[in-house]
Design a protein around this ligand. Structure first.
Ligand code: DCP
Length: 127
């Protein structure tokens, strides 16, 4: 499989099409039920978590991480995304549209005018 065309960003739609092709070529559609994809997704979230396990808090940008650790992180993040894309597709959800709508709902639920200070956040645990 090839990547995105030179200079173009990667869309959810492109990833969806790539994964449809990937499953079809291997005759794996039979295994890609909503439940199986969800379990696979959760498994990959576990693998992603393992990367951070026991490391304590790490600074943004991961300045002290080796290149190979960052490559591994990218792979696990991708596994989570690719199963999420497949799960959404098999459930008939347009993930991009659903996510954009959710961003709007979040903004309405948490108006900027009601933003709390960092101190408040620490006390209440909410944003
Ligand atoms: N039935 C499958 C199996 C795999 N994949 C795709 C989605 C993920 O991007 C990746 C997952 O592959 P693995 O199950 O081999 O998981 P890892 O890549 O994490 O390997 P490992 O668990 O050995 O670290 O392959 C898929 O779509 N459907």
């Amino acid at each position: 499989m090839t990547g995105a065309p030179e200079g173009e960003s990667v869309s959810l739609d492109l990833l969806k099409k790539k994964m449809i092709e990937f499953a079809k070529e291997r005759d794996w559609e039979q295994f890609h039920s909503p439940r199986n994809l969800l379990l696979a997704l959760v498994g990959e979230v576990g693998e992603l978590s393992e990367i951070f396990q026991w490391k304590g808090e790490v600074p943004k940008g991961l300045p002290d991480w080796k290149e190979e650790e960052k490559v591994h992180l990218g792979e696990e993040l991708s596994d989570v995304l690719l199963y999420l894309v497949q799960l959404s597709d098999i459930c008939g959800i347009d993930l991009g549209k659903a996510a954009l709508r959710k961003v709007e709902l979040n903004a309405a639920k948490y108006p900027v005018s009601k933003k709390k200070s960092q101190t408040d956040n620490n006390v209440t645990g909410s944003c």
